[in-house]
Design a protein around this ligand. Structure first.
Ligand SMILES: [Zn+2]
Length: 390
């Protein structure tokens, strides 16, 4: 009996040592595998583009999934696509940190079901809190907490924005110290509500200010562009949108089916946005926005974030990003266009966050004026947040 006890003890010890090793090494292995960058820094651009980038007062990006990877965002990492030191180094003022809570196995662009969840195993093996292993709301909440903790440990260099007054205070601080940055929390896919309307309040209280109804599969709110039903908003979805807007939470239509987009445009009482998208007029696929929907979003007073990955814009480079921006500006005006990189969203990024000057360079080549560039690079996001945050 003693012998069996001894063996059991040893096995338990071996298990915990192994688990500790896996939780230590796995996050960066996955991070490096899924978030590669085509062109590494430093980025050389024309003197005019560099000067303009360095003097823009607000560069903003509407979408990144950096919180998914358990990366220390206070460190200047040699991998991944965005972190706070790299934002500050390249004059990037504000980043939306959008939370992913469930990803289907064998994810694809055309047809995914909700039956599988590729995030359960990594969450277990990365040593995330046990409550987040099987509960999607908890999975979102641990990511909210992580961003808050980065801010607390940042020695005043990083701020989480949850209101107009937060934004104003941050902007005031940045007038005397350019070496600070900010972020705000969003969610991709409201399956993170676990089907419960009351979780809108829970996520709001955790700091979330922007949510997209769907991600890669249909959920209780309605149809994804990559789902099976391609349906519109359900009654539950309508209730959620109404509740969100009553709390001044921003509705993000990225990944919505066309029918869902029609339905949201029909009932919205506030400006809406698409945090990361391409445009069908330039590159036609299921997730990119049609001219009709681009105009619809602009008519709400909304903005459209142009994504940086190949399936959104045809080819992942600054030239194609600029061309998609130009197409969209020509259709709905420079006041309605923004950046929505999708950094760290399991994409192959053309450059990391320190490469935003490459976009400025390409926009100058397309004869954009400095005033237009200032709007697209972040001025519109600043205005939108001042108009729509609580
Ligand atoms: Zn996405």
């Amino acid at each position: 009996m003693k012998k069996i006890k001894k063996i059991a003890l040893r096995l338990t010890l071996v298990f915990f040592v192994l688990y500790a090793l896996i939780t230590h090494f796995l996050p960066s292995i996955l991070d490096k595998k899924f978030n590669p960058v085509i062109q590494k820094p430093p980025y050389i651009v024309s003197q005019e583009a560099q000067q303009l980038t360095d003097t823009l007062d607000f560069i903003a990006d509407l979408h990144c999934d950096a919180l998914l990877w358990k990366r220390d965002l206070l460190k200047n990492n040699k991998f991944g696509e965005v972190d706070i030191p790299r934002m500050i180094q390249s004059n990037v003022t504000l980043q939306a940190f959008t939370i992913v809570s469930k990803v289907p196995k064998n994810i694809n662009f055309d047809k995914n079901t909700a039956d599988t969840d590729a995030l359960t195993l990594p969450f277990i093996l990365e040593g995330r809190p046990i409550k987040s292993w099987f509960n999607l709301t908890q999975r979102a909440l641990v990511q909210c907490k992580a961003l808050k903790e980065f801010s607390e440990k940042s020695d005043g260099s990083f701020y989480v924005i949850t209101s107009k007054s937060d934004l104003q205070n941050f902007i005031n601080k940045r007038k005397t110290n350019k070496y600070i940055a900010a972020g705000y929390l969003g969610i991709e896919g409201m399956h993170a509500l676990s089907g419960d309307l009351r979780n809108v309040d829970v996520l709001y209280d955790a700091g979330v200010r922007m949510m997209a109804p769907v991600h890669f599969f249909d959920n209780k709110l309605g149809g994804s562009a990559h789902g099976v039903s391609h349906g519109g908003l359900t009654d539950f979805g309508k209730q959620i949108i109404k509740k969100m807007q009553s709390k001044n939470m921003i509705v993000d239509v990225a990944h919505s089916s066309e029918k869902m987009l029609d339905d949201i445009l029909a009932i919205t009482t506030k400006p809406i946005l698409s945090s990361h998208t391409g445009v069908k007029g330039m590159y036609n696929n299921v997730r990119n926005l049609s001219d009709k929907h681009l105009i619809g979003i602009a008519n709400t007073g909304g903005i459209v974030g142009i994504a940086f990955f190949d399936k959104a814009i045809g080819k992942a480079d600054a030239q194609h990003i600029a061309q998609a921006i130009q197409y969209t500006v020509n259709l709905i005006g420079a006041e309605h266009v923004a950046l929505g990189s999708d950094f760290d969203g399991s994409i192959t990024a053309p450059f990391d966050v320190t490469g935003m000057s490459l976009i400025v360079d390409e926009l100058l080549k397309l004869n954009f004026t400095p005033a237009q560039i200032s709007l697209v690079m972040g001025g519109n996001v600043k205005r939108f947040l001042f108009e729509n945050l609580p």
